[in-house]
Ligand binder design. Structure first.
Ligand code: ZLS
Ligand code: CA
Ligand code: ZN
Length: 406
């Protein structure tokens, strides 16, 4: 083994604060911040910290978050906890923000689509404020490294919360750190390309920039009916024909790749490289933001794709080849041991390192987190057993590539 080395032609920075690890969305909630603990253990276990500059993130300021979000929403997020929630709900200025949500009969919703009910996508939990402003602070610090030319690639695995709206939480996302980052980038870069490989549609980012030709958004996601209950796969938007707000100069600057369940490595890699390659060529971005949601991996608790870690990582490698300032953020990912494997592997890719395909289990404090239930004990790249039938035969992937090439 040759060991970890610093990349030759570029600089990588890693932004993180371990305080995000202690957070719990609730017992049954699929979002588990301790997947970030596992990721950190693998990254440090392999010694990847020696290949990058590592920065401890500080919390974002309220003023920074107001660059996109509604000031009332920001005040609410800064003060909310399970204890303060009932009283805050009675405050006059927040009352006008009770969302008209289709799910209000399912859970008891407060303002901004927030709730203390355990059945909510966006619960109010202990330490929530700390968590939100920290993951946002890490993304903004990473962005600052890029726009000041101090890093070529900047990573924040705790960020990537692409569903948050201006004055509404949605799909486990409260502050849209990606939108805030892109707003900072637009002060320096003429055009930013946003690429989203989370299994869910990056609706919050697309919506924020739907009138903005200086930002092109490109999301790959599961789309359509997902079971016989008649429900659509969350959030239900992002079909092939949504390309930005019609009648504005932002039209044609959103791209969506709606994908049926069960897509495999070969099909996904072909889609990703054809469409992303063409977008790079046609749009000529000055910088790229890549959201690497790991719920597009096979065996994910919420996702329905069949990607292996290698194919997921190839997306990162492909985007890196453009040699543009690159922000890499996390996102979804609900089978924690696989999230950690993928993001550690992608940290290695960003810093031009190659990891052995077997996890030497003595590098992590809790080896059982990886060996137990982990197809083939300790493998960094386990081939995931197919859990969803491949429905991609029902759509013409080539036609999709052609339609998006305008
Ligand atoms: O992209 O599908 C939905 C919405 C509902 C079903 C769930 N109930 C609670 C609300 C109404 C239609 N929500 C999705 C959100 C997925 C967000 C993905 C985020 C990201 O990966 C970026 C970070 C959803 N899918 C699964 C659940 N919610 C879900 C599953 C299990 C539970 C436990 C906690 C809460 C209620 C029981 C919950 C949500
Ligand atoms: Ca996506
Ligand atoms: Zn997701």
């Amino acid at each position: 083994e040759q060991g970890i080395t610093r990349p030759k032609g570029h600089k990588v920075s890693f932004h993180y604060n371990s305080r995000v690890e202690d957070m719990h969305f609730g017992k049954t909630h699929p979002m588990k911040p301790w997947r970030l603990t596992l990721t950190k253990h693998l990254v440090l276990g392999y010694g990847l910290q020696y290949a990058m500059d590592t920065y401890e993130a500080v919390a974002a300021g309220k003023d920074q978050v107001r660059a996109f979000h509604d000031p009332d929403y920001v005040d609410f997020l800064a003060e909310v906890s399970p204890e303060t929630f009932p009283a805050l709900c009675e405050v006059e200025k927040y009352k006008k923000h009770i969302a008209n949500s289709p799910y209000q009969d399912l859970v008891d919703l407060g303002p901004f689509n927030l709730s203390t009910s355990p059945g909510a996508d966006c619960p109010v939990f202990d330490g929530m404020s700390t968590y939100l402003f920290l993951y946002t602070g890490a993304t903004l610090a990473a962005t600052n490294q890029l726009v000041t030319g101090q890093s070529d690639i900047a990573l924040n695995w705790s960020g990537g919360l692409h569903h948050a709206h201006k004055s509404e939480a949605s799909g486990f996302c409260y502050i849209n750190d990606i939108v805030l980052s892109i707003l900072d980038m637009l002060r320096v870069y003429p055009r930013v390309l946003y690429i989203d490989i989370d299994v869910h549609h990056g609706d919050g980012v697309e919506e924020a920039f739907q009138r903005q030709p200086r930002v092109m958004t490109l999301s790959y996601h599961r789309y359509g009916q997902y079971d016989d209950t008649g429900h659509k796969f969350f959030p239900g938007s992002g079909d092939l024909n949504s390309t930005g707000l019609k009648g504005t100069i932002g039209e044609h600057f959103a791209l969506n790749v709606p994908i049926p369940s069960g897509i495999d490595d070969r099909q996904y890699t072909h889609l990703f490289q054809s469409i992303t390659g063409r977008a790079l060529e046609a749009y000529k971005p000055s910088a790229i933001v890549l959201q690497c949601g790991a719920d597009s991996l096979g065996g994910d608790r919420l996702g329905q794709f069949n990607l292996n870690i290698k194919a997921h990582g190839e997306c990162v490698a492909f985007v890196k080849k453009a040699r543009l300032p690159l922000l890499i953020v996390g996102g979804g990912g609900y089978t924690a041991r696989n999230v950690a494997r993928a993001w550690c592997h992608e940290t290695a890719l960003a810093s031009d390192n190659k990891l052995p395909d077997r996890i030497p289990l003595d590098i992590v404090p809790r080896p059982e987190a990886f060996s137990r239930k982990s197809h083939g004990n300790g493998l960094l790249f386990p081939p995931f057993p197919r859990t969803h039938p491949n429905d991609c035969k029902d759509v013409d992937l080539e036609l999709m590539i052609k339609k998006l090439d305008y």
